[in-house]
Each structure stands twice: as structure tokens, then as C-alpha cells.
Design a protein around this ligand. Sequence first.
Ligand code: T3D
Length: 267
Amino acid sequence: MPGSLIHSSQAGAVRTLALARPQALNSFTSEMLQALLDALDHAAADQGVRCIVLTGTGRAFCAGQDLSDPLVAPDPTPGAPAKDLGLMIERYYNPLVKRLRAMPVPVVAAVNGVAAGAGASVALNCDLVIAAQSASFVQAFSKIGLIPDTGGTWLLPRLVGRARALGLALLGDKLTAADAERIGLIWKCVEDAALPGEAQALATRLAAMPSKALAATRKALDQALLLPMDDALDAELAVQRELGRAHDYLEGVAAFSAKRAPVFSDR
Ligand code: T3D
């Protein structure tokens, strides 16, 4: 819808959500964060949605927190009270991370341009990140006296190891999409013109897969990072038992045996 902060569109079972403040590099305001949370909730509740693509309008994916937002912009007047950055994190950023990582369907980030600060963290919280060759990732936090947030401290060392995580987070340099792919920060870097098509194809493929098993896979992998091997084995056992009772397992095996394409429907 014109004027809205999140442009939502649907092609088949793929819902595309596009951050839409291009004049400010899609940087986050509280209104846009709330609109994104609402859009994710609507998608999660809609049985016709089986994959989500998150992207940006204009030349950027997202420049992170809008630093001119009065809620966070420091007041230089002597004696003025400091802004409580924890409020935005508590109210919007942390819920957004939790929402993304609990979505019943996979989320693909199609990074069309620069992803900085919380914008980079949001992209990296998606299940698969595909980026245009001209896109880049910037851990911009250190340059303004902050630490990576929106899950960045948890994600970065897990994705690329401590040495590279510290290099990225301390220096705050721009990392090209090609280098992001090379060091394992993202899934894939593609030609600029190919990004929308490749993201849609990937999402269409995921949409045809068993959503419940994909969401359980994300959760199991995230949890396993924190578990001793024995506990991870127990967790696999419990989840596999549950999935084994679901319709999609029946359908997957029936389709395999009949040499036909499966039609998955669990959410
Ligand atoms: O509770 C809390 O709020 C804490 C949470 C914090 C989460 C965070 O995300 S902290 C990190 C915030 N983000 C940044 O520090 C990034 C700042 N921006 C940049 O470093 C660069 O703009 C980019 C690397 C993203 C892009 O560089 P470039 O050269 O392509 O563009 P530019 O010329 O720097 O920016 C273009 C315009 O966008 C410019 O405005 P102008 O001069 O044309 O009127 C610039 O000021 C504006 N802009 C860019 N990023 C932001 C922004 N305006 C407000 N907030 C921004 N984050």
C-alpha cells in the first residue's frame, strides 16, 4: 500500500515484505519496527503463506536504527537527560528477533543494498540470506559507541567464528556481499539484476517444502549450539517422534514411493 512503511505483496505462497523508507535508507523508526512486527504476525497467521521474503525498497536494505529519531538521538544540550536505548531494544528489536526465529515458515532475506547496524542483524536473523553483488554488511555499532545488538553478539561468532566476528564488530568496515558469502556470513551472493528472481525462486522452493519440519530444523540447530551432544541427541529424538506423527511425513514418504511431487500442508 502506498505510504505504508512495509510493502506487502504475495506471489503464490510467498509473501514479500519490503522495508519502505527509502528516503532514509530504510532505517528503523519505532513505527516501521511495529509495522514489521505486525506484518510478520499477519503472515504467520495466514495459512496461505509458506515462505516470507524480507527485502528493502530503493538502494538500501536497511541502515539500522534511524539515528535522527528523537527517541534515541542524544540531546546535546548540557544537562539534558541521556536517552534510554534499552527502551527500543526491549519494545521492538528483541521481540523482532524472537519473532523471526519463531516463524512457522522460513524467512529469506533478499539484501538489495547496504545492511548496517540492526539492519544487518535483522538480515542475519533470517533463515537464508541472499544478497546482491553491490550489497554490503556493516557492523556500524562501534562507530557510534555501541555494541552489536538485535542478536548480533549471538549471531556473529556462530556464523563466522570469534576472530572474524571481532574483526567485523570492532572495525565496523563495510563487508561486500561476495566476501560475506566467502566467510560464511550469508548463504549466497548473486548478480544485482538476478536478486529478485533468485530470492523468489528460493522462496518458492522453500514454500513447497514441509514448513513444520523446516521451522523445527531451525529451532533444533539453534538449540543444539548450546547443548552437550547427549542433550542434542535427546532433543532430536523428541522432535523426530513428533514430526513422525505429522501429516507431512506420511505425505513425504508416500510421494517418494509413488515417485510424485509431495504436497505438504502442515504448519
Ligand atoms: O535502542 C536503540 O536505538 C539502539 C539500537 C541500535 C541499533 C542500530 O542499528 S545502531 C546503528 C545505526 N546505524 C548506523 O550507525 C549506520 C549509519 N549509516 C551509515 O553508516 C551509512 O549511511 C551507510 C553505511 C548505511 C550507507 O552509507 P552511504 O555512503 O551509502 O550513504 P550515506 O551518504 O551515509 O547516507 C545517505 C543518507 O541516509 C544520509 O542522509 P543525507 O545526508 O542524504 O540527508 C544519511 O545521513 C542517511 N542515513 C544513513 N543511515 C542513517 C541515516 N539517517 C538516519 N539514520 C541512519 N541510520
